[in-house]
Design a protein around this ligand. Structure first.
Ligand code: XLS
Ligand code: NI
Ligand code: NI
Length: 430
């Protein structure tokens, strides 16, 4: 019985000759690329919050969406889960992601929150078993409720730290129970508005200790998944502590967690930090902390985290190029942390947003694989660095290098970086 997506057929791969909007033109889950099925490369996930919890508001107006599951009872929560699994089925999505607050109504206190989370995750677990849909990651919403207005781990009030820590415990339990392959921490309010009331040093220590506790508990319960931090430079707070990949790596090093925690990188957050998505992915891979991605796109003019569905093959291709260069996803995947525009009211809109995004990602990944198979791009990069392969310079010191430069008459002659030529090469694939 359909709850919400009445009359929408299951979406199948039909290729570019498809005549309906309700078809994949590029995402063929069975297609083998670089020795792996596309579905296993991309590991798509639907985000419960944008698809099912977000009411369609903006800073100037409230709810535009009218969903039968909007409401704060457990019956509503179950109906929401029914609709979510219906969408996963229509799309053939292998994974989903959730925050505790997306799947259960807020209770009166911690005990009620926990009971509700247990109840709804039992319900969701049964549906997962029946459908084969899996959990890419779970997380705790430590930013929406007013108790978190001054931060969760970084709050000046230890009671808020305690409430947040207790909540993360329950969300780690829930994620483990559902077989989640990762657990994500996005510090939505872990930052500050003004130094006039903020002890930055203290807050940073609190955040580090909080993360150590989460990692210790994950070990203790035998959680096999990866723990991921999701960097973001600002919004909601003016200064977020987890600014970007480089900042997070320094933070992890400081608290001895660089081997324990990886990153979940979001396209829109990378843009807000003044980076490209592929820069953040490549840096995380170089540092050994690449985990997963939140796929979306930001409006390049607005300066907000607009969380739109991706629609540019050339951009997405460069991101997957770095992911493939890094060896592909292990526990991670492509989570659509993306929401409809608020005028897109219909059930079809939610389906087609994902269909388009999945096709774009498939095209991007296929293009990236072809670039690697072609080999010229990487060959050119290797040639560029080839002299380093036979160099012993990094083992020397300044004095001996100076002596060598004088003795050998070293006098470098610049070589072209060939950027336009390489851009032309890449453009033949995207
Ligand atoms: C918000 C974040 C959030 C995380 C999960 O900007 O992207 O959606 O992915 O808490
Ligand atoms: Ni995100
Ligand atoms: Ni975001």
């Amino acid at each position: 019985m359909t709850v919400y997506f009445h009359d929408i057929p299951a979406i199948n791969y039909q290729g570019s000759s498809a005549t309906t909007d309700f078809a994949y033109r590029h995402y063929d889950p069975e297609r083998v690329v670089l020795g792996k099925r596309l579905e296993d490369h991309l590991r798509f996930a639907v985000a419960w919050w944008h698809g099912f919890a977000w009411p369609g508001g903006d800073p100037f107006g409230g709810q535009t969406f009218q969903r039968p599951w909007f409401g704060d009872t457990m019956d509503h929560a179950r109906l929401k889960a029914d609709a979510a699994f219906e969408l996963f089925g229509v799309l053939g999505q292998p994974y989903f992601c959730f925050h505790d607050a997306d799947i259960r109504p807020e209770g009166e206190d911690f005990a009620e929150n926990t009971a509700r989370l247990d109840e709804i995750t039992d319900y969701i677990g049964t549906k997962m078993e029946a459908t084969g849909t899996k959990l890419l990651w779970g997380t705790a919403n430590l930013f929406s409720h007013r108790r978190y207005m001054a931060g969760a781990a970084t709050n000046p009030d230890p009671d808020v730290f305690a409430f947040a820590a207790a909540t993360v415990k329950t969300c780690l339990d829930a994620t483990k129970k559902l077989g989640g392959e990762n657990y994500v921490l996005w510090g939505g309010r872990e930052g500050y508005e003004t130094l006039l009331n903020t002890d930055l040093r203290r807050e940073r220590q609190q955040a580090g200790r909080f993360l150590q506790m989460a990692v210790d508990y994950a070990h203790k319960i035998g959680f096999k998944g990866a723990i991921l931090i999701e960097p973001k430079p600002q919004e909601p707070t003016k200064h977020q502590y987890d600014f970007d990949v480089a900042t997070v790596y320094g933070f992890l090093k400081d608290f001895g967690l660089e081997k324990e925690v990886k990153v979940n990188i979001e396209q829109g957050h990378a843009i807000l930090a003044g980076h490209s998505f592929e820069h953040e992915i490549a840096l995380a891979a170089a540092l050994g902390i690449f985990g997963s991605i939140d796929m979306n796109r930001n409006d390049y003019q607005s300066g907000w985290d607009t969380d739109q569905f991706p629609n540019s093959v050339p951009e997405v291709a460069l991101a997957y190029l770095e992911i493939l260069r890094a060896g592909g996803f292990t526990t991670g995947g492509t989570n659509f942390d993306a929401k409809l525009r608020r005028q897109s009211l219909d059930p079809e809109d939610l389906v087609l947003a994902h269909v388009g995004a999945m096709d774009i990602c498939a095209r991007g990944l296929i293009a990236a694989a072809e670039i690697l198979e072609d080999g010229r791009l990487d060959a050119s990069r290797n040639t560029r660095y080839a002299p380093w392969d036979k160099s012993d310079l990094l083992g020397l010191d300044l004095e001996s290098i100076a002596a060598r430069v004088r003795a050998d008459g070293i006098n470098p002659s610049p070589r072209s970086g060939q950027q336009e030529r390489l851009e032309n090469l890449v453009n033949r694939f995207v």
